[in-house]
Design a protein around this ligand. Structure first.
Ligand SMILES: Cc1ncc(COP(=O)(O)O)c(C=O)c1O
Length: 360
């Protein structure tokens, strides 16, 4: 008998989210971001599910390309950090990758290969920094770079930027960044890419030829306050079950370090998932989970393989009662907020030992 703990991945919800997000920018092509194993949802399953709809897939670095190619995914794959080493450029054609070039060293590697007729212009995009100050060439250097790397900058080269504050709809820093980008690029390049999920929902000016969408496809709101004008359906549901139950007297403590002490006679349910499965160890007392739809609260420390919940007020709990850590009935962002993190982190940290079960 296997452990019941698993993440169910709703591919029907994924398709729904893709259609809903695409309808926000019907004239844009869609890059489906599947880095970090599709944010923990399973890159192969996600890519297979959207293989007829996605115009391109995106990963963070080259290693993440291989399994997609081995599985027969044919779309170009955008590598968001570009090549880490010059040798990687040799694989551009055979793997049909598109490098997002963000530092001059990478411009040099690709420019040289195009000049030598080893590569054509379809294998790179160029990223500019509009205020995030993480990756990207400086906008102010555009002219000088265009002259120094003539094979890199063509009218049809996709020029991209990534917004730092798209998930804050009231922050005008995003509009300032878009204007800065458009002032330099709009006359020079026909193919642009700005929007991620949040921008696609709340910044219509960011919809250009290519959108790059991640979190929204997985059904989690990119906004902290959860206000989404688009109906998104959760894709991942993290499930476990009760494997032990006990009633403890007031004054008794629970878990390593005895960090929680019962104020009254309490029923404690032990649930078969822990930090080795990716559930955050720093989840505080009071973090919710649903027991057959009713809210229990985390008590005591998160252990490697187990969690303990106070289920005193829930009737009919028994060994085998099913538990939803987040998913359709308990939004991942609600749990993330309680833990002091974001849905992105919760999803991507679910470890390999939690089987993904795919449902349509
Ligand atoms: C460059 C870039 N574009 C797009 C995305 C997708 O963003 P989101 O998941 O918020 O849609 C990411 C994600 O981190 C990214 O790094």
């Amino acid at each position: 008998m296997a452990r019941y703990t698993h993440a169910s991945i709703d591919l029907g919800a994924l398709k729904h989210n893709f259609a809903a997000m695409s309808s926000c920018a019907p004239n844009s092509k869609q890059v489906v971001v599947v880095k970090a194993d599709a944010y923990g949802n399973g890159a192969l399953a996600v890519a297979n599910c959207l293989r007829d709809e996605a115009d391109m897939f995106a990963v963070a670095f080259l290693d993440e390309v291989f399994e997609l190619r081995e599985a027969g995914i044919t779309q170009p794959i955008l590598v968001l950090q570009g090549p880490h080493q010059e040798q990687e450029c040799e694989l551009s054609k055979v793997l049909n990758v598109v490098w997002m070039l963000h530092v001059e060293q990478q411009l040099n590697w690709i420019n040289k290969r195009i000049a030598n007729n080893e590569l054509d212009e379809s294998h790179h995009w160029v990223k500019f920094d509009t205020g995030m100050h993480r990756l990207g060439l400086m906008i102010e250097d555009y002219q000088q770079l265009a002259e120094a790397y003539p094979h890199i900058f063509h009218k049809n080269t996709v020029i991209a930027t990534h917004l730092a504050t798209a998930d804050e709809p009231d922050n005008n820093a995003s509009s300032i960044a878009i204007n800065k980008f458009m002032n330099v690029m709009s006359q020079r390049h026909d193919c642009l890419s700005i929007a991620n999920s949040a921008a696609n929902i709340c910044l219509p000016d960011s919809a250009k030829m290519w959108n790059r969408m991640g979190i929204s496809l997985y059904g989690s709101s990119p906004f902290e306050n959860n206000e989404v004008a688009v109906l998104l359906k959760p894709v991942m549901q993290l499930n476990s079950e009760v494997i032990a139950l006990r009633t403890i007297a007031a004054g008794e403590s629970v878990g390593y370090g005895a960090t929680w002490t019962a104020k009254q006679t309490s029923v404690i349910a032990t649930v078969a998932i822990g930090y080795a499965d990716g559930y955050p160890r720093h989840a505080p007392i009071g973090t919710p989970a649903l027991f057959e739809g009713k809210v229990g609260t985390l008590v005591g420390r998160v252990s490697m393989d187990m969690l303990t919940f106070d289920v005193t007020d829930i009737e009919n709990i028994e060994i085998g009662t099913k538990v939803e850590l987040w998913g359709k009935n308990l939004p991942i962002n609600e749990v993330a907020k309680k833990i002091g993190t974001i849905g992105y982190e919760l999803m991507t940290r679910i470890s390999k030992r939690v089987p993904r079960k795919f449902v349509e």
